[in-house]
Design a protein around this ligand. Structure first.
Ligand SMILES: [Zn+2]
Length: 110
């Protein structure tokens, strides 16, 4: 693992997120397959995408950490995630590059 990767994992842990893989297709959280070549997870917003386990309650969560998001791209992702039964949260608590990247977090709807 690179030093940058280790620092990213460490910052994620401080936010209560244990990285479990580099898989970044949110559809997996809903038990749906990734659709190579036509999946909405191939959005430009899927930057530094990783899968985590919440250390508080063990639930899986996928974070994308882009530097910015155009409204149209964001609307597309939100619509697709909702259609697949996922909950989406956008926060500024980004472990990748605090102060520069932000988080789009996906979870299975409860
Ligand atoms: Zn996918």
């Amino acid at each position: 693992m690179t030093a940058a990767g280790a620092e990213h994992r460490s910052r994620a842990l401080e936010l209560g997120l244990q990285q479990t893989s580099t898989g970044s297709c949110p559809r997996r959280l809903a038990g749906l397959p990734h659709r190579a070549g036509s999946c909405w997870c191939e959005s430009r917003l899927n930057d530094h995408g990783r899968r985590y386990r919440c250390t508080r309650d063990g639930r899986p969560v996928i974070l994308w950490e882009p530097y910015s998001a155009g409204g149209e791209d964001l609307a597309d992702v939100l619509a697709s995630a909702t259609a697949d039964g996922l909950q989406v949260t956008v926060t500024g608590a980004s472990p990748w590059y605090p102060g520069n990247t932000f988080v789009i977090a996906f979870e299975a709807a409860s």
